[in-house]
Design a protein around this ligand. Structure first.
Ligand code: FES
Ligand SMILES: [Fe+2]
Length: 471
């Protein structure tokens, strides 16, 4: 148990049992998952990529975007996943639906812009048309088609639908019509996040980074904090990622990153340096009376302050355990969606495979904030896409105004490992990854991938929430 944890536990709040999200502390025990090396092949081959497509991408619930984007009839949002493109659109009847974005004439991609408002989708090739509820509007010159001599079979020619459901103000979809519901899929661990009342949040930034590594390298990189000390030396100045609590919940998992403290790996944990002061205040700071003098204890002071205003504030402090008040709750839903939460803001990560190349992926970054009641809803941010072809990305510039430059630099550091990891695991000399207990979420994630591929676990047969957990 780390120093930060011991210091925190000494002052643990007796009310913890009342809250929706169980605190991590004291630590739950998770079952060991073995010590075998993790092979590098899974990051490299088209065969593995195809197995993932068949057994994971086409079966699991996938996050699309904020439901609130669909604020008028005809609003549409195109989303790509692997080789597929999907069209999500609010119909004239108000319902949001999802379809494969494929023209039913000769297979052209039907909608070729990312977002917009349309009553009718027209294929640019020969002009076939669909209503925004996915039903066929018209075939161009049907008299040329002997197949339609007895009339155009409109029911057969509608856009092929995918399932859509909503949770937390986010739209999700699933290609598998027989999968369990989204709510069942997210399970008990999904309930934890309901404390944050995501429905009231606004998206203020949405960016996609093309990275030169397999999508699983990106998931792996964000699912452990063991790398903070070496890769992100700034991060341990204002938080603790060393020896942190981790829990495995069925096919999903969570970990706790301590904020507003100084890592036990740092010698001087007390001085409130300018960097510590800025980062501990947070980007949407709540002024906590007099600032903490002792840097490592800033979280304790902030907890006390937030508890003292819990009955007055619009933020849901009264429904949160002490950890949630100040620390980062880091939740990853299998296979590719991560919520990193604080009470008033968060970043959501989504990792997507490339259409055909196992050595490329897309890292999507959403910044969401809680809007004070009565304030105007913030406008929908443009989706910024950074491809590798346009040269190195300036992360600080990309996130200007929405994300602290120190944290933007952390993402640049994470991204910088993708190509080198992809190259390294392909070496003939590489004998497989050696994973520590602080990297158990990786072991669990890759085991879950193997379980899906082998048919041991599926969205028709989920694991119980406490399968790996001893509570
Ligand atoms: S391919 Fe779409 S109308 Fe011909
Ligand atoms: Fe990182």
């Amino acid at each position: 148990m780390g120093k930060v944890e011991r210091e925190f536990l000494n002052r643990a709040n007796a009310r913890n049992g009342e809250f929706k999200a169980p605190p991590f502390l004291p630590r739950a025990r998770t079952k060991g998952l073995g010590t075998e090396r993790l092979d590098g092949e899974r990051y490299l081959t088209h065969e593995f990529m195809q197995a993932e497509w068949r057994h994971i991408w086409t079966k699991t619930w996938q996050l699309v975007t904020r439901v609130s984007d669909f604020d008028e009839a005809g609003y549409f949002h195109v989303h790509e996943l692997g080789k597929e493109s999907f069209l999500f659109v609010r119909g004239e009847d108000g319902e949001i639906r999802g379809f494969y974005n494929v023209c039913q004439h000769r297979g052209n991609r039907l909608c070729q812009v990312d977002i917009g408002v349309l009553e009718t989708f027209t294929c640019p090739f020969h002009g076939w048309q669909w209503h925004n509820d996915g039903s066929l509007k018209q075939v161009a010159a049907p008299e040329f088609f002997p197949q339609f001599a007895n009339g155009v079979p409109a029911a057969e020619l509608g856009l092929p639908p995918v399932r859509v459901e909503q949770w937390g103000g986010w739209l999700w979809f699933n290609m598998d019509h027989d999968a369990c519901s989204l709510r069942e899929y997210l399970g008990e661990i999904g309930t934890h996040l309901e404390t944050y009342e995501f429905d009231t949040w606004d998206l203020i930034d949405y960016q996609t980074f093309e990275w030169a590594g397999n999508w699983k390298h990106a998931v792996d990189a964000f699912n452990e904090s063991y790398h903070f000390a070496a890769l992100h030396p700034d991060m341990i100045q204002f938080g603790e990622g060393h020896d942190i609590p981790i829990e495995l919940w069925g096919i999903h998992s969570r970990m706790l990153n301590f904020n507003r403290t100084v890592s036990e790996l740092v010698e001087d944990r007390e001085t409130m340096t300018p960097l510590r002061s800025r980062m501990m205040a947070g980007r949407r700071s709540l002024t906590a009376g007099s600032p903490a003098q002792v840097a490592k204890d800033a979280h304790l002071k902030e907890i006390a302050y937030r508890r003292s205003i819990e009955e007055q504030t619009y933020l849901p402090f009264r429904f949160m355990n002490d950890e949630q008040l100040v620390h980062q709750y880091h939740y990853t839903f299998f296979p590719n969606t991560t919520f990193t939460q604080t009470p008033d803001g968060g970043a959501v990560f989504r990792y997507r495979p490339h259409a055909s190349d196992p050595a490329k992926c897309y890292y999507d970054f959403f910044i969401v904030v809680r809007r004070p009641p009565g304030s105007a809803k913030m406008g929908r941010p443009p989706h910024k896409i950074h491809s590798n072809e346009s040269g190195p990305v300036d992360y600080a510039e990309a996130f200007k105004g929405t994300f602290d430059p120190v944290l933007a630099n952390v993402l640049a550091q994470d991204g910088s490992n993708m190509a080198t990891m992809q190259a390294g695991v392909a070496s003939d000399s590489f004998k497989g990854m050696i994973l520590s207990d602080q990297e158990i979420r990786l072991r669990h994630f890759h085991k879950t991938i193997d379980d899906f591929i082998a048919g041991r676990v599926s969205t028709h047969q989920l694991l119980p929430a406490d399968f790996y957990l001893e509570r």
